[in-house]
Design a binder for this molecule. Structure first.
Ligand SMILES: [Mn+2]
Length: 344
């Protein structure tokens, strides 16, 4: 499915050029190593389009986002074209391995070639992020698959000594070079944990974990805090309030936190077209409340990504939810900066 190109300088329907914005959204339409359904490379375009329709926002919400100033950079269509071309090579290989049909005849040099392009993509996002962070702006990355924010997280290390990652996701993302790809979306948190300045990883909503990943979570006890969806639901069923659970999650976060938001952390009714939906998950209002509580707590949100949103075939439901989540993340990081500006 092809979508028309929309005007990136009118995210949420509000004109805001990057030079006037306090928050810059870097879009990245990349999905070379996704293991299931494709579509997330259309995420930025579809979220941008859906964001125009946030007409149901209250006047207060509209004036708040307007006052904040959020600009999306132009969608890099050259990366989308490259992603489509490389995806053509990887899809058969990944599907053969996923379905247990044995090793495909995929050439090692093609894996290396894809890793090289992924490295270039990482550097591209890193240099763009550093440019805007140096200007004192806040930055968010909009995928694409979950492999894309690594360069941004590396960039943040040049501005913050130590920080933690709050990951909202159905999957731990702790696979080592999943299906041979060093920069696989399924390896994002494995790669993030190689960075020494990441003091803690707090995962919320996990419900589809490989044995290899459970072993890493157990071995990294203290550095990884995992809130499994089944445990969260059990607490709720036994009468715990979401407010109480949020307190527990926030207590696990360091003073400075990066938020990595995979849309499949939400209940799949909110993201039915994402690549690997899993039953269960968080409600939209629950994550909004969690974000509000993080801001109130005085812990500083230093950056975020939002990944794995894919438009549906006929309706733009996934993108509507995604644009709402993007709005909430932008408001949260803006409010967090205001609240903590005298602290850091
Ligand atoms: Mn996921």
């Amino acid at each position: 499915m092809r979508l028309p190109t929309h005007n990136p300088s009118k995210l949420f329907g509000i004109p805001c050029p990057p030079e006037k914005a306090s928050i810059i959204i870097i879009p990245m339409p990349w999905e070379v190593t996704v293991s299931s359904r494709s579509g997330t490379s259309l995420g930025p375009e579809s979220v941008l389009k859906a964001s125009y329709g946030l007409g149901s926002m209250t006047p207060r919400e509209i004036s708040s986002i307007q006052a904040l100033g959020v600009a999306m950079l132009p969608i890099p269509h050259d990366w989308k074209t490259l992603s489509d071309t490389l995806r053509h090579h990887t899809v058969g290989h990944i599907h053969a391995m996923e379905s247990g049909l044995g090793k495909s005849s995929f050439k090692k040099n093609i894996v290396k070639k894809i890793d090289r392009y992924a490295e270039q993509l990482k550097e591209d996002i890193k240099s763009k992020s550093i440019f805007y962070l140096k200007e004192g702006k806040l930055v968010g990355v909009l995928g694409g698959d979950h492999s894309v924010p690594l360069g941004f997280i590396e960039a943040l290390a040049e501005f913050h000594n130590n920080f933690g990652v709050l990951q909202i996701d159905a999957h731990p993302g702790l696979r080592k070079a999943y299906r041979g790809f060093h920069y696989s979306h399924a390896s994002i948190m494995h790669n993030v944990l190689q960075l020494p300045y990441i003091t803690r990883l707090v995962q919320v909503g996990l419900r589809n974990c490989a044995e290899e990943e459970l072993q890493i979570i157990a071995a990294e006890e203290g550095r990884i805090f995992s809130f499994f969806d089944s445990d969260l639901k059990k607490q709720r069923f036994l009468g715990a309030t979401w407010d109480h659970i949020c307190t527990t999650i926030i207590e696990a976060l360091p003073e400075k936190t990066y938020i990595s938001f995979d849309i499949d952390g939400l209940d799949p009714k909110l993201c039915p077209s994402t690549g690997t939906p899993v039953p269960g998950g968080l409600e939209f209002d629950e994550v909004c409340y969690l974000l509000d509580r993080i801001v109130q707590s005085g812990k500083k949100i230093i950056g975020f990504d939002l990944c794995e949103i894919a438009p549906g075939e006929n309706i733009d439901w996934d993108a509507q939810v995604g644009s709402r989540v993007l709005y909430k993340l932008a408001m949260a990081i803006g409010a967090s900066k205001e609240k903590t500006s005298s602290k850091f």
